[in-house]
Write a protein that binds this ligand. Structure first.
Ligand code: GLU
Length: 407
């Protein structure tokens, strides 16, 4: 497994060479403000106690309270969390929201835990970190394998410890517990707004053929939103593999099938496809919506999409970036493409602090112009410096952070 933090720093170095940022500033951004590792003892259902390793990385708060999700995964480790926290700092800057960057995680396969064990683990994470969390300090949210229900447990635990009743210490909560309308679909919906804003620039046809890697929160809603808009989803996968139909998949049926059977495999009217092959699908748009380091020096050459939109964080490594650039395959970078999630998280935080509840229409009416504006600015930055969209996004983000940071 490649070190995602090293990759993130390579991206930073590349941009520092293109644009003249001060050396002090770039040096400062090579380290998080703090990275915290905790051990969480959990009483298991069989009476034993198991210790889990957890993390919170507070990368930078020049623009506002640290903000970013919590990932539960068996491969989660500190370098992954550091990379994700760094990208959060840039992502919030790209979106122009008053939030800094953070990320958390626990090394665990949550599918192996009972619901009670999962709840005790989640509450344990908050107990160890309650001093540093808070609406004006550090505001977590969901990420891979963490759900609104988990956010509600965490908020409840925080409330018990601190007495804070705003609910603004964490976002992505269920609707009846202070969550925002639209937060569940926001990452995919935001990606779609960005896609629409850049479609012409990317030379994409009116109706696209699309392959999506990942069937979690981002991937499954992306499939639904793009197909409802008349595009064709040729292929989609989850962690175990995927399905392909050259005429297009019926996404609503597929969602129901996955819910009923727990898997995509065996879905009628479709061929099975591996995750590896999915990335090589001939299509207009490839949407990686799963994990880091999926497209690397080892397979970038085989990508046949006309353009890529990163709904996952860090799915393309720096080596692959170079190969795809030479192949003329534009990449809409993660810190723009998936920033709809954290932007609606910010809306949730704002609603909690003002004791308001906005309609889904209000939420998306506010989200769309933010993303269109960021997309436009990033395009201009990349053209100005004769570079790719990722560097354009980094330049916009770094300029915004540099303007506010105290060195
Ligand atoms: N985990 C999401 C991301 O990577 C959302 C973070 C948030 O809402 O704070 O952007």
């Amino acid at each position: 497994m490649q070190n995602p933090f090293e990759n993130a720093m390579k991206q930073l170095d590349k941009v520092a060479k293109i644009k003249n940022f001060s050396e002090e500033f770039i040096t400062r951004l090579r380290q998080p403000d703090r990275d915290i590792r905790i051990s969480i003892p959990v009483k298991m259902d069989n009476g034993s106690t198991k210790i889990f390793e957890g993390y919170r990385v507070e990368y930078n708060n020049a623009l506002g309270p640290y903000k970013g999700g919590i990932r539960y995964h068996q491969d989660t480790e500190i370098n992954e969390v550091k990379a994700l926290a760094f990208w959060m700092a840039l992502k919030c800057a790209v979106a122009g929201i008053p939030m800094g960057g953070g990320k958390g995680g626990i090394t665990v396969n949550p599918k192996e835990l009972s619901k009670g064990e999962l709840e005790r683990l989640s509450r344990g994470w908050v107990r160890k970190l309650s001093d540093i969390l808070g609406p004006k300090k550090d505001v977590p949210a969901p990420d891979v394998n963490t759900t609104p229900e988990i956010m509600a447990w965490m908020n409840d635990e925080y409330q018990k410890i601190t007495g804070d009743k705003t609910g603004a210490m964490i976002t992505g909560k269920p609707l009846d517990k202070g969550g925002s309308e639209g937060r569940g679909t926001a990452t995919a919906q935001g990606g779609f707004f960005v896609f629409e804003a850049l479609k012409k620039e990317l030379n994409l046809p009116e109706k696209c053929k699309i392959a999506i890697q990942g069937f979690g929160n981002a991937g499954s809603y992306a499939a639904l939103i793009w197909s409802k808009a008349g595009h064709t989803i040729l292929a989609i996968s989850d962690s175990k593999g995927g399905v392909y139909n050259e005429k297009g998949l019926d996404i609503e049926k597929l969602m129901k099938y996955k819910k009923d059977t727990g898997s995509l495999s065996g879905f009628p009217d479709a061929k099975e496809i591996t995750n590896e092959k999915l990335l090589e699908t001939e299509c207009d748009l490839l949407i990686p919506a799963a994990f880091e380091n999926q497209i690397t020096g080892a397979n970038a050459d085989k990508v046949k999409a006309k353009a890529i939109l990163e709904l996952a964080n860090g799915p393309i490594n720096p080596e692959a970036d170079e190969i795809l650039y030479k192949k003329n395959i534009p990449i809409v970078p993660d810190i723009l493409a998936n920033s709809g999630g954290v932007t609606v998280s910010y809306f949730e935080w704002d609603q909690n602090l003002k004791n308001e509840h906005w309609s889904e229409k209000e939420v998306f009416d506010k989200l769309r112009p933010i993303l269109e504006d960021s997309a436009k600015k990033i395009l201009a930055k990349s053209k100005e410096s004769n570079t790719d969209l990722r560097c354009g996004a980094f330049i916009l983000a770094l300029e915004r952070i540099e303007a506010k940071i105290t060195l």
